[in-house]
Every structure is written in structure tokens, then in C-alpha cells.
Design a protein around this ligand. Structure first.
Ligand SMILES: [Fe+2]
Length: 281
């Protein structure tokens, strides 16, 4: 991955990333052999680019409803409302994201095994991830899912069922929301996997990714339906005369309803429950 800026006064990249860097490693730092990228798939959607960025940054309240059919067919067990509310929304540096809460009583190794990583990949992550990063997955067990690095780069980490025997396989997708105009976005979607992962894992993970995200992905098609509708409605006469209400999780005085969640362990700030903390951030 190459990051560049045309601004001669831009801060050093790692300074700008700040605490977000710690979360970036969950997507791109799974092995000392580095990560292998496939793609990108590229396609255009009639939606504003900021909607995808916001969605991946912390929209956990859409999942139980928008993706209900994905749960119905048992492709994926996790978007149930209680599962999403038990995870935390975290924000750190110029980004933020979501986690799922793993079953209680687990640790770093069992958490990664639960979402489908084979032992040899867990061994490598135990080396590349630092003690504070491992602590995130350790008791109390938060597994990073989607996140956005401001302004338009997002990541997703999920673990659907990939065969009829119920095998669960995680995948990582990296996506760029490239504006074409206010009402159109070109989406770039890469599949990303540890370069030294076992071949059968790579095949299953690639399949998992294509089933969920990208131009053939069931999650992607659910999401884009919303994003196109939102973009269309935002042009309407009512929307032009009303302020956007993104106060979910705030009191009337503008204070967070949910206090900061203290049991998280990762850098930055974390909240549990539904809220638009990250979108406001
Ligand atoms: Fe979604």
C-alpha cells in the first residue's frame, strides 16, 4: 500500500495515522511475509462517496436490518442486533471502526480460531501483533470488523460460512471510495490475504470475500441499495430543508448517552451500543 500527499506541509504519514495505526495492523499486518492483494474490482454506484466511508466507520445499526436476508440463509450468523450491540465502536486518530464481541471465556488464540483462522496463521499473528493489539482480542474478546481511515479508505474483516459443512472463513477487503461527482462513486475493492497463508485457506478466504463484498457480494448489494436511496432522498425538497440528524447515542444536551467503555483495552475511545459517535468524529 502506498500513501501519498500533494501537500508539502502534510505531516509525516505515521504522525497523521496516530492511534489508528494500531488497528490498521489487524488488516495488513498478519504475517512478516506481508499481505497479498488481488484486484481491484472496480464499479460505479449512484451514491455519494461519503456514505460508504461513514457506513464502514461505524454503522452497526444497519446490519441487523439491511443484511437480514444474509442471516436468514445462514451465510453469516453475526449481524444479529444483540451481537452488534455487544461489540464496541472505537475511534482513534483520523479513523474509527467496529468490533464484534467474541464468546466469553476465550483468549487471543481461541478468538482467532473462532472466526476461522488456522493455527499456523494464529502463530504468525502472535508474533506480528503487539501485546496491546493481542489484548484487544484476548479477554474481553473484541474482534475488529469494519473501519474507515479518513477520508475515503475503508477495511472490512468478516467471517462467513463458506461451505455446506459450516466451515467459517475470515476475509479482508480493502476499499477506496473514489468520488466521480456528488452523486456517483467509483468503488475499488481489493481482496487481501497473508502471503504465506495455506493455499486452501487463501481459496476459501477469497470465496468468502467474493460472496460478501465486491460486485458479486451479497453484503455489498444490500448496502448499495441503501446508499443509492440515501443519495436520491438527499436531493429531495424535504431533505434540503432539514438538517441531517446524526445524534444517535447523544442526550439532548449533546453528551454521549453511553459512557466511554473502559474494558476495551485498545488505543483511542470506545463506546458500546448503537450510536453515531464515529460518524460525528
Ligand atoms: Fe452493510
Amino acid at each position: 500500500m502506498i500513501f501519498a500527499s500533494l501537500d508539502p506541509d502534510a505531516p509525516h504519514f505515521e504522525t497523521w495515522l496516530g492511534d489508528y495505526a494500531s488497528y490498521l495492523d489487524f488488516y495488513t499486518g498478519q504475517s512478516e511475509a506481508g499481505m497479498e492483494f488481488r484486484g481491484p474490482q472496480r464499479w460505479r454506484v449512484e451514491a455519494n462517496w461519503k456514505i460508504g466511508a461513514e457506513n464502514f466507520m461505524g454503522d452497526i445499526y444497519h446490519t441487523p436490518h439491511t443484511h437480514a436476508s444474509v442471516v436468514d440463509i445462514e451465510l453469516f450468523g453475526e449481524p444479529k442486533p444483540y451481537k452488534r450491540k455487544e461489540g464496541v465502536l472505537w475511534r482513534a486518530g483520523p479513523g474509527g471502526g467496529t468490533t464484534y464481541k467474541l464468546p466469553p471465556g476465550g483468549d487471543f488464540r481461541s478468538g482467532l480460531a473462532y472466526v476461522g483462522y488456522p493455527d499456523e496463521m494464529i502463530d504468525r499473528m502472535a508474533v506480528t501483533l503487539s501485546p496491546p493489539q493481542r489484548a484487544l482480542v484476548d479477554e474481553p474478546g473484541f474482534m475488529p470488523s469494519a473501519s474507515t481511515l479518513f477520508p475515503n479508505l475503508s477495511f472490512v474483516h468478516n467471517w462467513p460460512q463458506t461451505d455446506a459443512d459450516g466451515r467459517i472463513t475470515p476475509f479482508i477487503s480493502v476499499r477506496l471510495w473514489q468520488p466521480v461527482g456528488p452523486g456517483e462513486t467509483e468503488v475499488y475493492s481489493w481482496f487481501c490475504v497473508a502471503a504465506d497463508a495455506p493455499d486452501d485457506y487463501k481459496a476459501a478466504s477469497y470465496k468468502a470475500c467474493l460472496m460478501c463484498f465486491g460486485s458479486s457480494g451479497m453484503f455489498e448489494q444490500d448496502d448499495v441499495e441503501n446508499w443509492v436511496s440515501i443519495t436520491t432522498m438527499a436531493r429531495g425538497s424535504m431533505a434540503r430543508n432539514l438538517l441531517l440528524n446524526n445524534r444517535m447515542g447523544l442526550t439532548l444536551d449533546g453528551e454521549p448517552i453511553a459512557d466511554q467503555f473502559e474494558g476495551f483495552g485498545g488505543p483511542g475511545t470506545a463506546y458500546q451500543g448503537f450510536g453515531e459517535h464515529n460518524q460525528r468524529h
